[in-house]
Design a protein around this ligand. Structure first.
Ligand code: DSN
Length: 425
């Protein structure tokens, strides 16, 4: 068969785009060559519905070993007692958990999407808001921090069956211990979705949700720097202490419930080529090199937040404990929207995303804020002083977003500068 040059030309264009630009989307990163290599292998040909040793297809001897390796390494990395590495994404992991532990119409309590939460934590346009009955907690307007007293109040009023913590645009540490108490007061299960800060949690730079939460979900491609995918974990003793009544009334182990939430509940055949890449990424994340990397991610984010503040931007909550920050553009300039910022920065090959800020007055298509993160630029080798230069460039564009020649000169500077930080050498 002839090589499909049309598609490979587009892939090359995308690689060039990634190499030449400054990537600040907080959920993105650059997986290693070996992680990418594993995804482009014959493992994609194999059907392996079920779990290692218990498959519905023959010929799974090799993929069983690969999936077992991924499971063992994931357990070691997070100190988990049980994991399922098959979810195709974080959204799929959350869908599997909810299918496993809830019945349709059950109440859930999650972090408000417009304050930094995630679609799969109860948004009305998502399965989680359509199949279950959601209520939400948020941040305080004065300090941008989650108000745990209000979480407690809402939980007492709503009596949710599941409380979800975790976010896609919240830069602060979570109080899992307090949430555990709130869950216990109301007989709720506690789910932490750590998709964003997973790498910082794995290497001890943020507190450990497994200590307090019944179930933990994550993606594998953000700070964890693996392939695009998801995972579900529980702590060893949760396996035995929590029995969930199935719709038929029998008591099942948490892990087997969650396994069946993934397959056959919400997915078919696992992507063994991606699971192989996850195994590689978990081993990488256990290394000293990764530890240095993730410490630098956090340092870079702290410096970047300070640099934005010193230029008159409002960083929600006044800073960051993780790899990202949410910036309200309004105090800097009334007319500057997230959409204008995203559109003008991309012209200079700086990629960010517009993002609603808490209590935003603009729509999600316009927004008053942007979200930025340091996971990807740190993979390229950038350090604290580079963060200050990035903020200078961003400020230059935002203050001159109608000036095409200014944008053009920043773009040249960005492209030349990024040559110093080669990707996939
Ligand atoms: N889209 C991801 C993010 O950007 O945070 C969450 O699913």
């Amino acid at each position: 068969m002839q090589r499909d040059q049309q598609v490979f030309d587009l892939i090359n264009q995308e690689q060039k785009r990634q190499e030449e630009g400054i990537e600040l989307i907080a959920s993105e990163n650059f997986a290693s060559k070996q992680v990418i290599e594993a995804m482009g292998t014959v493992l994609t040909n194999k059907y392996a519905e079920g779990l290692p040793g218990k498959r519905y297809y023959g010929g799974c001897e090799v993929v069983d070993q690969i999936e077992d390796l991924a499971r063992e390494r994931a357990k070691k990395l997070f100190g988990a007692g049980w994991v399922n590495v098959q979810p195709h994404s974080g959204a799929q992991a959350n869908a599997a958990v909810m299918l496993a532990v809830l019945n349709a119409g059950d109440k859930i309590l999650g972090f408000d999407l417009s304050h930094g939460g995630h679609l799969t934590h109860g948004s009305s346009v998502n399965f989680s808001g359509k199949l279950y009955e959601p209520s939400f907690y948020g941040v305080d307007e004065e300090n941008g921090m989650i108000n745990y007293d209000k979480v407690e109040e809402t939980a007492a009023k709503e009596k949710p069956k599941l409380i979800i913590c975790g976010a896609s645009a919240y830069s602060r540490e979570w109080n899992y211990e307090r949430l555990r108490d709130i869950a216990d007061e109301n007989g709720a299960l506690l789910l932490a979705d750590i998709s964003h800060p997973a790498g910082l949690i794995a290497r001890g730079l943020l507190s450990d949700p497994l200590e307090y939460c019944d179930i933990v979900t994550t993606t594998t491609h953000k700070t964890l720097r693996g392939p695009r995918g998801g995972m579900i974990m529980i702590r060893e003793d949760k396996e035995n202490t929590i029995g969930i009544k199935t719709p038929k009334g029998d008591l099942r182990k948490m892990s087997s419930l969650l396994d069946s939430g993934v397959f056959p509940g919400t997915q078919g055949g696992p992507l063994e080529h991606v699971i192989a890449a996850k195994a590689i990424a978990f081993e990488e994340a256990l290394s000293e090199d990764y530890l240095k990397y993730i410490i630098q991610v956090k340092k870079n984010a702290e410096v970047m937040a300070k640099a934005f503040i010193s230029k008159g931007y409002h960083v929600i909550s006044g800073g960051t404990d993780n790899h990202l920050m949410l910036i309200d553009l309004r105090p800097k300039s009334d007319n500057l929207t997230g959409k204008i910022a995203e559109d003008s920065l991309i012209k200079a090959d700086i990629t960010i995303n517009k993002n609603m800020v808490p209590f935003d007055t603009r729509s999600p298509f316009v927004t008053s804020g942007i979200r930025v993160g340091t996971a990807a630029v740190t993979t390229r080798g950038m350090k604290e002083n580079d963060m200050e230069r990035i903020v200078d460039l961003i400020d230059d564009i935002l203050m001159n977003h109608e000036d095409d020649s200014k944008i053009g000169s920043v773009k040249n500077e960005v492209n030349n500068w990024m040559n110093d930080f080669p990707l996939y050498k």
